[in-house]
Design a protein around this ligand. Structure first.
Ligand SMILES: *[C@@H]1O[C@H](CO)[C@@H](O)[C@H](O)[C@H]1NC(C)=O
Ligand SMILES: *[C@@H]1O[C@H](CO)[C@@H](O)[C@H](O)[C@H]1NC(C)=O
Ligand SMILES: *[C@@H]1O[C@H](CO)[C@@H](O)[C@H](O)[C@H]1NC(C)=O
Ligand SMILES: *[C@@H]1O[C@H](CO)[C@@H](O)[C@H](O)[C@H]1NC(C)=O
Ligand SMILES: *[C@@H]1O[C@H](CO)[C@@H](O)[C@H](O)[C@H]1NC(C)=O
Ligand SMILES: *[C@@H]1O[C@H](CO)[C@@H](O)[C@H](O)[C@H]1NC(C)=O
Ligand SMILES: *[C@@H]1O[C@H](CO)[C@@H](O)[C@H](O)[C@H]1NC(C)=O
Length: 377
């Protein structure tokens, strides 16, 4: 199976109903993880970071009693709850390096449901859980929850979902009322001053005509107002090759992964979709994907010269906003590791990781490569 061996021995399927109870902290009611396949000595080391919350309307009995960021061991023991520190809505909870220490970065804000993006800011906590900074969108924009990466010790880069008014008649708008489109932006801001250092706009570089979720389909917003703005692109992840200032972008609504030059903002190549620069090897094809990552910086594989290694979570499913069954291209979702060759423009599936039981995931998804390149699904 190439550089990865399948060691995903931990699976949890939600909450076990009760809450964890602590005599010393009766105010806390952390969720109990329903661990259905316990971790073994072959599971990669590490803690579980997640931000449970109900995606349903209140009082339906779903979701945790206390939503917020949580850290658990893989045995289900609570390490930290951020309930009351952050949120109540929090997302994208990560450990990153900043000025010589490990920090926690957590998005907090509101969620535009069912459109699936956020409005808020990211808080950075130090390794003693003390608030260091809050990073906001600049230029009168609100940050979105999907990605937030510390670029070097001085800047942070994150997604911004910016609704704009545009003439959408070339894209199937039926009346003047359908005039809102989401421009997916990336902002880089100075972490000391919050000044915007750089901004990239999807609308400047990528034609909405190439989308798989058309305005007519109703599956990506109706375009009638700013909260229903058509998300033709839906950038739900990016990764940065800091040394070369190159970005890898996931455009969920286009079923395409783009590589972009951070100096010029231009697209270098695209994988998948109608204008793929690569032929797709067996099993590489994907749709409605999440969590695109570059691995040249981690792997001592044959990533030399024209070879690059990326990974992503291929959902193969999308929730149907227009009603009816979810859109589906496969019967299962999978984490995929793919080798790209930019000399002969080929792509090859190196490894594929399916959840035990082969479940399909239509909303989010994550595929983590642990430090020793063991994979956790
Ligand atoms: C844990 O998940 C399993 C598999 O989905 C389910 O059958 C079981 O009822 C769950 N347990 C609890 C206590 O919710
Ligand atoms: C893991 O545990 C099993 C059974 O307890 C044992 O046979 C195996 O050698 C252990 N593997 C490692 C890598 O420690
Ligand atoms: C960030 O700062 C730390 C501590 O000063 C240093 O070790 C590290 O190399 C710096 N990272 C970058 C990308 O400049
Ligand atoms: C996405 O759009 C392209 C171009 O129209 C088409 O070839 C492809 O079949 C579409 N894929 C899905 C899953 O709709
Ligand atoms: C936008 O339109 C939708 C659908 O018609 C409606 O439910 C929603 O309340 C509107 N939002 C705003 C901010 O006007
Ligand atoms: C990738 O494909 C696009 C569209 O067909 C084309 O314009 C572009 O030149 C190609 N890029 C490379 C690096 O070949
Ligand atoms: C590209 O294809 C040519 C002709 O088949 C081959 O000689 C060359 O080694 C290939 N390049 C790579 C990087 O695989």
């Amino acid at each position: 199976m190439g550089p990865c061996s399948y060691l995903a021995a931990l699976l949890f399927t939600g909450y076990a109903g009760a809450n964890l109870v602590y005599k010393s902290r009766p105010d806390l009611a952390a969720p109990v993880l329903n661990i259905t396949i316990p971790a073994t000595n072959e599971t990669a080391d590490g803690l579980i970071f997640y931000t449970p919350e109900s995606i349903y309307a209140d009082n339906t009995g779903h979701g945790p009693a206390q939503s917020g960021p949580y850290i658990f061991t893989d045995k289900g023991d609570l390490v930290w709850t951020g309930f009351g520190y952050v949120g109540p809505r929090s997302e994208n909870f990560l450990v990153q390096n900043y000025r010589g220490q490990q920090v926690l970065t957590i998005f907090e804000g509101s969620h535009n449901s069912p459109m699936g993006h956020g409005h808020g800011h990211t808080s950075i906590f130090d390794n003693k859980y003390r608030l260091l900074k809050q990073i906001k969108g600049g230029g009168h924009k609100l940050a979105d929850q999907h990605e937030f990466l510390i670029f070097n010790n001085h800047s942070a880069v994150f997604t911004v979902y910016d609704p704009e008014i545009a003439d959408l008649s070339p894209y199937g708008a039926k009346s003047d009322s359908q005039q809102w489109i989401l421009d997916n932006k990336i902002q880089k801001v100075d972490t000391d001053t919050n000044r915007v250092l750089w901004e990239w706009s999807s609308l400047e570089h990528i034609d909405p005509a190439g989308t798989n979720l058309t305005l007519e389909s109703g599956n990506a917003g109706t375009g009638v107002n700013s909260s229903q703005a058509w998300h033709y692109f839906y950038m739900n992840a990016f990764d940065i090759d800091v040394a070369n200032n190159k970005y890898l972008l996931s455009a969920r609504s286009m079923c395409t992964i783009f590589k972009m030059d951070g100096d010029t903002g231009k697209i270098i190549w695209q994988l998948g979709g109608p204008n793929s620069n690569f032929s797709l090897g067996e099993g590489v094809d994907f749709c409605w994907q999440h969590d695109t990552r570059m691995h040249q910086k981690y792997l001592e594989h044959e990533t030399k010269g024209s070879k690059e290694i990326i990974s992503f979570f291929d959902n193969s499913a999308h929730e149907n906003l227009a009603g009816g069954p979810d859109l589906q291209t496969r019967a299962y979702s999978a984490g995929k590791v793919v080798e790209l060759d930019t000399e002969n423009w080929t792509s090859k599936l190196i490894s594929e990781f399916r959840a035990p039981g082969g479940s399909l995931c239509s909303i989010a998804g994550e595929f983590a490569a642990a430090s020793e390149w063991k994979c956790v699904h």
